[in-house]
Structures are given as C-alpha cells and as structure tokens.
Design a protein around this ligand. Structure first.
Ligand code: AMP
Ligand code: MG
Length: 434
C-alpha cells in the first residue's frame, strides 16, 4: 500500500498547469497571483506633505528653535514670521515658488511647492492679522521634516509582489494604489463533486427508514471554496454502475478541471465508483493509501482531469480532501506552498495506535499559560463522526510505523482552522509598557 508521501507525490504530479486570467484587483482578494508585480511608477509620485501645515524653506527657520512633533509640541522659541503665498489643497499644484521669507499653506498629501524642503505643522503656527497674510511659525524645521519624498516607498521597477502570493485586502489596496486595474491571477479550477449513496436524503427533507442526510457534497464544496477553487455540486448518484457512470459523465461534460466523488469506493456490494471511473476512461493510479481515517482512496486521471474517489465516511472524506486534493488544487493555482501549515504542539492526551497506517488525529488547539501551543484530542476518532471535524482545528500527525505517542509528547499538527489563535481573552494587548 502506498504511504501518504508516495500517494501525495503522485497526486501532485497530476496537478494542472496554472492558467492565468486578468481581473480587477478590487475583486482579487483570495486569488493567487500569476505574475510578479513591479511598481510601474514611483510611490509617492512626488514630494508631498505629511501634515496639514506650512511648506517652508528650512533655512528660513534655522533660528526658530527645535523642531516639534505631534506628540511633543515645539519648545517655545521666538518663532519666524513668513508671508503666506497661497493655499495648496490635496489634488492641487502650487502656483508660486517658495522664496526666502515666504511659505505656502499646505494640506496633507498636496505636492510640495518648488523651493520648499520642509513642512511646519499647523499646530506650530499662528496666523497674524493683516494683509498680505503672514504667519508666525515656531519650532524650527529640519530639511525634509514632514515631507514624504518621491519614491520613498517604491521606485519604478521595484518588485512589489511575487507570483504565487495569495492576495489579501492589503494587496488589493496596494495594487490599486499602484494604479493597476488589471492583475494576472490563476484561474480557479472548477471541481465537480458527485456524492454516491442510495441512503442519502437532501438536508431539509424528512428521513425515511434507513436514510441519512447527505453531507459530504456540502462539506466538500465548502472546503473547495475555502481552498480558493470553484465547486460544482453534482448531487447524489444512486448506487448503480449506470447511475454512477452517468453522474461522472455529466460532471465531465460540465467542463470540470477536477472530479471528486464520495462513497462507493470500498469493497461493498454496492460500491461502483472504481468501475464507473474505468468506464468513463479513467487511467487509475492507486486505490488505497496507508492512512487512517480513509484507507480506500481512488486516484486517477480522465483525459488529464484528476479524479478522486473519496471515502463515504464524513470524516474520512474531509481528511482525504485536505490531505490529497487541497494540495493539488493549490498547486494548480500556482501556490508555491500548497500544503496546510504544520505547527508543533504538546499532545495532552497522547494517542495509541497500531503500526501500519499513518493517523490523522483530530485535535483542538489552544495556548497554555506560558504561551505554548497545546493539542487536545476531540475525543472519539470514529470516521463517521463529522462532529470531530467541526470541533477540530487540525490533525495531529502520527507516523505510519509508530505505535502512538504518550501523553505530553510534542507532535506536528496540520492546521486547517486558525480560530484558536484568537486566544481566550478578547481585546488587544500591547508590548512595550513602561
Ligand atoms: P460508503 O463508502 O459508500 O460505503 O459509505 C460509508 C459511510 O459513509 C456510510 O455509512 C454512508 O452512509 C456514509 N456516507 C456516504 N456518503 C455520504 C454522504 N454524502 N453524506 C453523509 N454520509 C455519507
Ligand atoms: Mg455508499
């Protein structure tokens, strides 16, 4: 039987090549960048004021005393009187050069007028009566004070973002700020999900004898979208060869980039997934992986479309998705790190197992009073218990050949839910208290 690593390597080898599309950065949050982004022009585009105040020649204020800041107003010096030439609002350009003895009133973000090399903030200024307008400026001015120089953030050609980055709101803002209205991102693979099982009833409908509510299709579609791909729920196929085959055909005809099924993949009398995959032209790669939960796992390709027969048990189904399918999807979107992150945590209960299969134990994560990460088992690890997936933050990864780990062992935990990192205490904490 293949190990997890062997199976994963084969899955990743079938990842689709990244296909790019150009979209508006405004709707690109969550997408994976398919191009390096280079600054097309300097940021900021010109020297501008960081304050509402007065654009001055710093040499004029050399005698005015130490410079002030927002939090520490300038010491009272005698101040320097200057003539105010004009007011420059954000979005306007000054009409006059600042000559010795003059200044311009300037708003935050407005271009620094010619001749000026510093800004005195409004809080350090007193407008004097009379005409032409004059102002008394206290506190002196260093060259460059309260000025944001052209290109201080980025110069043309600077690498801003690398291909493979998953875009977040901060990236969206930066791309827009760079003036870009188009950005190349990876196309989102379309993943078709076929559920199998005569016992399955749609949520919302009453259950007849022997029936259960279908949940794998719903969970898989949600995981697919959480991974950044698009899901196509193809509904429930009956437990017949013809029915399963027809459902696969429909999914492929819909143009899916990847095909998933749940259930019907083991050795039961009504398990038709393997046969149906063969009949729609799948070249099968493997049927089983040495992993628990979820030993039966079919993988192959149908004319280049990767196809997975996932197990029917709700936990197995989701575990195999996260372990094998998600990395393929992320790789197909150009993510250079397609795997869920792994953190070390102290496994409070430990875990006993038989050697032979790697085990993924559902755990809840939290921090102990010393700030160390602690993992608690979600309890019964039955592969049918979907509630263990709903409670868990991650999987403690226990090696195939191991007989388990005693309580208190540090174990790697693959994390899929980061809500634990918010901690128990609501609100903010700050470093650097006196
Ligand atoms: P199977 O692999 O088809 O034998 O299914 C294994 C177990 O998973 C059985 O108890 C099924 O009822 C259950 N199961 C299969 N498909 C689903 C589904 N879509 N939603 C919830 N449970 C399912
Ligand atoms: Mg079944």
């Amino acid at each position: 039987m293949l190990t997890v690593e062997q199976a994963l390597a084969r899955c990743l080898a079938a990842a689709l090549p990244v296909r790019a599309e150009a979209i508006d950065p405004a709707v690109a949050a969550g997408r994976v960048l398919a191009q390096d982004v280079v600054a097309p022009s300097p940021l900021p585009p010109w020297d501008n004021s960081a304050m509402d105040g007065y654009a001055v020649r710093s040499a004029d204020l050399a005698q005015g005393g130490p410079a002030g800041t927002c939090d520490h107003p300038a010491a009272d010096g005698p101040g320097v009187e200057l003539q105010v030439l004009e007011t420059i609002a954000a979005g306007k350009v000054g009409q006059h050069a600042v000559r010795p003895g003059t200044c311009a009133r300037i708003m935050t973000g407005a271009p620094l007028p010619q001749g000026a090399d510093a800004v005195v903030m409004r809080e350090d200024a007193t407008v004097l009566p009379g005409s032409p307008e004059r102002v008394l400026l206290r506190g002196g001015a260093r060259p460059g004070q309260h000025v944001r120089p052209r290109g201080e953030e980025l110069m043309p050609g600077d690498l801003v973002l690398r291909a493979g980055a998953t875009l977040g709101p901060g990236h969206v803002g930066l791309l827009a700020h760079l003036g870009l209205d188009r950005v190349e991102v990876a196309r989102q693979p379309l993943v078709a999900v076929v559920s199998t099982g005569d016992e399955l009833v749609a949520p919302g409908r009453p259950l007849g004898p022997g029936q259960i509510h279908a949940s794998n299709g719903q969970a898989l579609c949600a995981w697919i979208e959480a991974a950044g791909a698009r899901a196509l729920d193809c509904g429930v196929a009956p437990d017949t060869l013809e029915g399963t085959r027809a459902a696969f055909r429909r999914a492929l005809d819909a143009g899916c980039d990847l095909l998933l099924s749940s259930g019907g993949v083991s050795v039961g009398d009504f398990d038709f997934v393997k046969e149906a995959l063969g009949e729609v032209g799948a070249a099968m790669d493997f049927w089983k992986v040495a992993v628990k939960p979820g030993k039966p796992l079919a993988f192959g390709t149908i004319g280049g479309v990767p196809a997975f027969g996932l197990p029917g048990n709700p936990v197995s189904c989701q575990v195999e998705f996260l372990l094998f399918v998600r990395p393929i999807l992320r790789r197909s979107m150009g993510d250079p790190r397609p795997f869920l992150p792994v953190l070390d945590a102290t496994f409070v209960e430990g875990f006993r197992k038989a050697p032979g299969r790697a085990e993924l134990v559902r755990v809840r994560l939290s921090f102990d009073p010393d700030g160390r990460l602690v993992a608690h088992s979600t309890g019964d690890q039955g592969s049918g218990m979907g509630s263990s997936m709903a409670q868990a933050h991650g999987f403690a990864l226990i090696a195939r050949e191991s007989a388990g780990v005693p309580p208190g062992t540090t174990v790697p935990v693959q994390v899929f839910d980061w809500s634990f990192s918010a901690g128990e205490q609501p609100g903010l904490r700050w470093a650097g208290h006196a």
